[in-house]
Write a new protein. Structure first.
Length: 454
């Protein structure tokens, strides 16, 4: 990294960054009380609020949002006439999932092979630390040249829309000239990347009921309608013969025109087992950035352990549908509901429930903020030109912000590059990426302030 005062300051702060991330990762802040106590989220929110107060933020508040979560807000006033930049991250995390698959405790930051492991290290508690590092580096080198607002969400991973609805009810709170969403990631380690598109999402639950009670499979099997078999048929109908997502009425043939994702790289990043084919048609970039994708994220029925030879009366599944830019998530949900109802066999009773939804997002990459970020990335990543990529995941708040503040320039950066394995066991962050992106964000704020000077 090219030597400069900001970079040198960030480097000197990295031991503190590790200590703080260790503290933040220790909170099991899953925004689902069925998984972790609410107190864990409350403690994480308080930690973030205290960190903002320590950096002289004003009006620091824990905002009680409509979904029951707390978002953390604060404002750091800049020079008179300076633009306002909103910095976003979230402190809530995914559950630990298969704890046996973790090589170290999920909520204990552990260094291994040059990376820091732990749930939330990259997604997105590391984003909180990234913002703090950038601001501290600027304060140590002449001051922060813009007014900074920080908003740290408490239920992003649940998709329940608490912060979106709060922002809609208090539109003055998050007004800004530019918004930096610290919840994306570089295309790969060492390649500076901004994310131009996000897929939207809808999350639904499907319940199939066929019998008043479970039945002996020997006495009734073959004629009695099996709820799990019906559910399996419904879920199978959501995929075509090649594995492509197929939902009646929902287009699935769009093409990604930007940065491509070589299949061999994707197989390595996704850790696909040798000999296993990739589902779907088109390029990898088409499949993950430009087309809808359905995933069965959970099934409730008889577990294998302790299974008995009986026909289940009921079965449930939770289904995630990712929706690319250009497709409306609400309309996609209607089509998904209709598809499931039309493909449920044997006139079985089907109950559908929507549990989350967010619209897709497409950024304006021609804005002055992008030029400021490109220049900053060149400083933080010498010899590397900033790339623009898509992201298959969803950040529902982006569309809310774009709707509330149509003049704001929105950029997406972050620490969730492929090696981070977010949402999976052994999530990790590259400390080098944390350092470089903190330098980039600090230089971006300087560049952006300069670009707005009259």
């Amino acid at each position: 990294m090219t030597s400069n005062p900001i970079a040198e300051t960030v480097r000197s702060l990295m031991p503190r960054a590790r200590a703080e991330l260790t503290e933040l990762v220790a909170f099991e802040s899953v925004a689902d009380e069925n998984v972790a106590p609410r107190s864990e989220c409350e403690a994480a929110a308080s930690w973030v609020a205290d960190a903002l107060r320590a950096e002289d933020f004003q009006d620091v508040a824990l905002l009680d949002t409509p979904d029951g979560s707390q978002a953390v807000y604060g404002i750091l006033p800049g020079p008179a006439g300076a633009p306002t930049v909103l910095l976003y991250a979230h402190y809530d995390v995914q559950p630990k999932l298969d704890e046996a698959a973790w090589l170290s405790p999920p909520f204990e930051l552990t260094e291994r092979d040059g990376r820091w492991y732990g749930r939330g290290t990259a997604d997105c508690k590391g984003g909180v630390i990234l913002h703090l590092l950038a601001l501290r580096a600027l304060k140590a080198n002449g001051g922060v040249p813009v007014t900074v607002k920080v908003i740290v969400e408490g239920s992003e991973e649940q998709g329940t829309g608490g912060l979106e609805r709060y922002a809609e009810e208090h539109p003055e709170l998050l007004t800004a000239d530019a918004i930096v969403i610290g919840d994306a990631g570089n295309f790969r380690v060492g390649l500076p990347t901004v994310t131009a598109t996000l897929r939207g999402m809808t999350m639904i639950r499907v319940r199939i009921d066929t019998l008043e009670g479970n039945l002996h499979s020997g006495q009734f099997g073959g004629a009695a309608p099996d709820a799990l078999a019906a559910l399996i048929r419904v879920l199978d109908s959501l995929r075509g013969p090649d594995g492509s997502t197929v939902i009646d009425g929902l287009p699935g043939d769009r093409v990604w025109e930007g940065l491509q994702y070589p299949e061999e790289n994707f197989r390595q990043d996704a850790k696909v087992l040798p000999g296993v084919d990739l589902p779907g048609g088109g390029t990898v970039a088409d499949r993950i950035w430009a087309r809808p994708a359905v995933t069965v994220v959970g099934i409730d029925c008889h577990p294998v352990a302790g299974a008995t030879p009986s026909i289940p009366k009921t079965a449930r599944a939770q289904v995630s549908l990712r929706v690319p830019p250009g497709q409306d998530a609400a309309e996609a949900t209607k089509l998904l509901f209709a598809h499931i109802e039309n493909h449920t066999p044997w006139n079985a009773r089907v109950t559908l429930e929507q549990v989350g939804q967010g619209q897709a997002f497409q950024a304006d990459t021609s804005s002055p903020a992008y030029a400021s970020m490109a220049e900053a990335m060149e400083v933080a990543y010498p010899g590397q030109e900033m790339q623009t990529a898509g992201l298959g995941g969803s950040i529902p708040l982006c569309n809310t912000l774009a709707s509330l503040y149509p003049e704001a320039e929105i950029l997406l950066i972050g620490l969730s590059e492929p090696e981070a394995q977010i949402h999976a066991p052994n999530e990790s962050v590259s400390p080098e990426e944390l350092e470089r992106l903190s330098v980039a964000e600090a230089h971006f704020l300087v560049n952006y302030a300069r670009s707005k000077q009259v």
